[in-house]
Design a protein around this ligand. Structure first.
Ligand code: NAI
Length: 334
């Protein structure tokens, strides 16, 4: 029986990488039926709403979505689609693996990190106000409940992926109350997982160590803004956003998406690298209980990149989206 998944192609290169990913996922043997839904700046232009209620209803019904990049229209008071989706479905955990791709020119050849970012609180709670003209306040919300579920998620992820250590990243030396609470909770949860090492690292020092020797870290867990920045830094260590997949996971729903944006500069030209979006699809297959098909996709993409003869321009090659897609499909052994 096929599994139903909502596909949101999104803006710019979104429809191109979505079509390529569908082909690669089909070639992996995964039995998925796609239900198309709209979101993004193009959708806003056509319907007046970047995130139509039909799209929310479809995700609500089918629980899992693979989402392309979406632009948020500037002006008009629209909220970010990604923030809106994360908050609506309480997708509290952002999961981003960053693993070196053999063959890509990067500073390190041994990066293997998982960044877990709290996705619904912190400075992204959307609580901002003008105190008095010239003074604006943005509230950084940290709760015991939010901290507990994200730290638990990090330890459960560590177990699932056979990882050895979880590091809580914080700024409790300055943000004594909010990150103090986060650390108290992290220490309590860590004591429930004696099989996994636990340590703590101040966010600025973490960034410095990551660019000097990323092998000191394994699974990193942190609040929203720190996670936004540190997870992009980790993507940079493996060759940039074109290769980085991600998952947004909640108790009942999950949305998978590449880290990159809609790349308007190359949209419609057949040049986009579909690897990150397709690797996000592979994370989705794991979530749906199809690890064999997921691994087939991951291995095929890794092999094509490592061999080096068929690469898209962002990774130093000359191939287009469809040439890369065909090369990956050829590498899948069924
Ligand atoms: P971007 O990631 O779209 O592009 C940055 C650079 O990377 C560009 O030169 C682009 O050509 C290149 N690039 C990105 N993805 C690529 C791919 N798959 N293959 C080859 N090259 C790729 O970031 P930018 O320009 O800051 O944002 C463009 C739009 O995307 C904005 O409207 C932004 O709001 C939106 N965006 C959406 C995201 C999402 O929906 N998850 C995430 C980031 C940005």
């Amino acid at each position: 029986m096929s599994t139903l998944v909502v596909m949101i192609p999104g803006d710019g290169i979104g429809p191109e990488v979505a079509a390529a990913a569908e082909k690669m996922i089909r070639a992996s043997g995964a039995s998925i039926d796609w239900i198309y839904a709209q979101a993004g700046a193009d959708t806003a232009e056509k319907t007046g709403n970047p995130l139509p209620v039909e799209t929310i209803d479809l995700i609500d019904k089918h629980k899992v979505a693979l989402k392309g990049p979406t632009g948020t229209p500037i002006g008009g008071g629209f909220r970010s689609i990604n923030v809106a989706l994360r908050q609506h479905f309480e997708l509290y955990a952002n999961f981003r693996p960053a693993k070196t791709m053999k063959g890509l020119e990067t500073r390190f050849d041994n990066v293997d990190l998982i960044t877990i970012r709290e996705n619904t609180e912190g400075l992204y709670s959307g609580l901002e106000h003008v105190v008095t003209p010239g003074v604006v306040e943005s509230l950084r919300i940290i709760t015991e409940k939010g901290s507990e579920r994200i730290v638990r998620f990090a330890f459960e992820t560590a177990r699932l992926y056979n990882r050895k250590k979880v590091t809580a990243v914080h700024k409790a030396n300055i943000l004594k109350l909010s990150d103090g609470l986060f650390l108290d909770v992290a220490r309590r949860i860590a004591s429930l997982y004696p099989d996994i090492e636990y340590d703590e690292s101040i966010v600025d020092a973490t960034c410095m160590r990551l660019v000097m020797d990323p092998s000191v870290y394994d699974v990193l867990v942190m609040e929203n803004l720190f996670g936004d920045i540190v997870s992009d830094l980790a993507s940079g260590l493996i060759g940039g956003l074109g290769m980085a997949p991600s998952a947004n996971i909640g108790a009942t729903h999950a949305i998978f998406e590449a880290v990159h944006g809609s790349a308007p500069d190359i949209a419609g030209k057949g040049l986009a690298n579909p690897a990150a979006f397709t690797l996000s699809g592979a994370l989705m297959l794991r979530h749906l209980g199809m690890p064999v098909e997921a691994e087939r996709i991951e291995n095929a993409i890794r092999t094509v990149i490592a061999e080096g003869s068929v690469r898209t321009r962002d990774t130093g090659g000359t191939a287009g989206t469809s040439e890369f897609t065909d090369a990956v499909i050829e590498k899948m052994e069924l």
